[in-house]
Design a protein around this ligand. Structure first.
Ligand code: NAD
Length: 177
């Protein structure tokens, strides 16, 4: 079973339709998928506005919205560690055993390859728009971001007042100007 269990790690700030596509495609190749919520210790910053718990809620609701069988995946928050060379061991300690890693992130790919793990780079779907950076930028500019995320994720972001949080984080204090 270990041979057919894969790992996909993402910050998911926020979870978008590109993440959903890669999860659906990867589940065609593996029996079970571990979805690691990266930088779980980070929140309330411009590039990491959402907490790990909020991102787990986004994932849980969106995978339900897309009718993805809950017996096929594990959602595991993963805190960052200051030492990159120790990160793979840290991830392995916190997750079920897996044999393949799916990632488009250069550092993630490098660290797992140095630990003799098989790494697959999944294709990107509409990366120009399905990107956390693009979605956060649109939230700040009051442009359409909702069409880029599952509707359940848009509901979570509204429930937690996520757009207001991002805008408030970007308001410059008089002393900073
Ligand atoms: P991300 O949410 O940007 O992307 C996650 C994955 O989703 C990508 O690898 C890519 O395969 C896929 N993806 C994204 N957009 C897509 C699209 N449009 N279409 C298809 N697939 C798409 O997250 P990330 O930045 O790759 O997350 C890596 C995590 O690993 C971070 O949290 C980082 O901090 C963590 N990390 C930590 C350490 C450490 O603690 N020392 C070291 C390395 C990595």
């Amino acid at each position: 079973m270990n041979e057919k269990r894969g790992l996909l790690i993402g910050r998911m700030q926020p979870l978008h339709k590109g993440h959903i596509s890669v999860i659906k495609e990867t589940l065609k190749e593996v029996d079970e998928l571990i979805i690691g919520v990266g930088s779980a210790d980070q929140s309330h910053t411009n590039s990491n506005p959402f907490t790990s718990g909020e991102r787990v809620m986004m994932l849980t609701k969106a995978l339900r919205e897309y009718n993805i069988d809950p017996s096929k995946y594990y959602i595991i928050p993963l805190e960052d560690v200051s030492c990159n060379a120790l990160w793979v061991a840290h991830v392995k300690m916190l997750t079920p055993p897996f044999c393949k890693v799916y990632s488009g992130n250069s550092l993630v790919k490098q660290l797992f390859r140095e630990n003799n793990m098989e790494v697959v780079q999944p294709p990107l779907f509409n990366r120009r728009e399905y990107s956390g950076t693009e979605i956060r930028k649109r939230m700040l500019n009051n442009e359409d971001w909702e069409s880029l995320v599952p509707s359940s994720v848009a509901e979570v972001i509204k429930e937690i007042k996520g757009q207001e949080r991002l805008i408030n984080l970007n308001i410059k204090e008089v002393s900073e100007m």
